[in-house]
Design a protein. Structure first.
Length: 104
């Protein structure tokens, strides 16, 4: 996702996203201290994360929207009402951050 909230890659493009992660981090075994410091200055030592929280919420809403869209299509094509009942309440709390990479 871009800094302005525009979606670059969707949740179905996992391999592409991981390839980008790998190419950006390849050969780096240590944190780029200057970038780390810049991030902490911008976020007041990680205390003002509103911008990144908003981006995360937009990402989750995009994923949830796609899940609901697919579930609706499945209901009409397969008559599967159980799946729409279980996935319609998906929200931010249903996701766990396992990694993030901020590229500037």
């Amino acid at each position: 996702m871009k800094d302005n909230g525009e979606i670059l890659y969707s949740q179905v493009q996992v391999k592409k996203i991981l390839d980008i992660y790998r190419s950006l981090c390849f050969g780096s075994n240590e944190v780029a201290e200057d970038l780390f410091q810049l991030f902490y200055e911008e976020t007041n030592d990680g205390k003002q994360m509103d911008h990144y929280k908003d981006l995360l919420e937009k990402s989750v809403n995009e994923i949830v929207g796609k899940i609901e869209e697919q579930t609706t299509l499945n209901v009409f094509s397969l008559g599967n009402l159980d799946s729409i009942m279980t996935s319609s309440n998906t929200n931010l709390l249903d996701f766990e951050i396992i990694s993030y990479l901020i590229v500037k």
